[in-house]
Design a protein around this ligand. Sequence first.
Ligand code: GLN
Length: 402
Amino acid sequence: MADYIPELAKAEPDYLGVAICTTTGHVYSAGDAEVEFTLQSVSKPFAYALALQELGLDAVREIVGMEPSGEAFNELSLNRYDHRPVNPMINAGAIAVTQLINGVDSDPAERVEQLRSYFSRLAGRELKIDEKVRDSELQVSDRNLSLAHMLRNYDIIQDEAHDAVSTYVEQCSIKVTVRDLAVMSATLANGGTQPVTGEKILDADVCRLTLSVMSSAGMYDGAGRWMAEVGIPAKSGVSGGLLGTLPGQLGVATFSPRLNKEGNSVRGVDALTLLSKDMGLHLMSTDERYGVHPVRRMETEDDLTVIFLQGLINFNAAETILHQLTECEFGEGTVVLELSHITGSNRMGRRMLKEGLRRIREAGFDIAIVDPDGELEDRTMADGTEVPKGEPEDYALSEEAV
Ligand code: GLN
């Protein structure tokens, strides 16, 4: 167990808790899921997200990079050329990031409160600081103090080294359960909307950036192997917490205090490795887990062809649809895209569908869409004309369509 912080060495080593929260806000947990422990480094991606949210990427990038370091979490390391810490997941970067919260001129106590209340919103309940763990770590902070002095020396932070470290240590000492962690992680997975309370806390862009950095640097010197073997962007902490985030799907968290030599929870690593394998969660998996074929079916009657789409219409789905259309020999008449069964779309998917329709019209057909949920809100095509909208009943060729 982490014994360099005396209070952490007193924790019960046998605790084991696991929790999952889906982006729909369903939480499942097992084992010691109600035991509180301190966030420690698991706080780092969230503090980074808050800094990005408050100041934007350009300002944050001035003081911290986005490259994996492949080093231990407490490495005394800054980038050789501009002296920024290489990423916000190692201590040097995290201490720098914390000093941005609530504005660089913020009083340390207000900064801590800003962080505590933000973490509480992420968890969906009031979180407290573990004062014993905080005081214990402050007694042994020479290494973090040396990092803070180094950061001050290069003008990366303005705060006194002692204030910088104590703010950072307070952030690390916020108490959570694995359930909280799973929900917090699911908020990142869900583009910043807390899936249980429904509160919009972070922008989707901020979540994307945070998860990207987590995926390359979250597991310190074990980050590369972790991504290959487990494939879930993750962040560990020395108190034994570990969280993983699958964008658009779920947050998962474990708690078990014994650590491996990289400072990651031994049983947490095992649990996530197993879950990833058993549940097919690897982010780089090429299994067909992106679900359904986007063309549900095509129906033709006289001079009317209706193409029923389904699932998520992104670039990949739109390409499949348009490719299939180019291979069809329509007679003449009307071609209709039926969107009643789609689950969503992104900008590229919508743009491609509209361009496909425009070209079908160009080839001499009438076109229309059936779009009861208004997914194609902007129906203007590249030539400035609008895609005509039809009612489901108008084009319901078979029973199932209505
Ligand atoms: N507060 C701890 C430290 O700075 C956090 C380290 C960690 O969890 N990896 O040493």
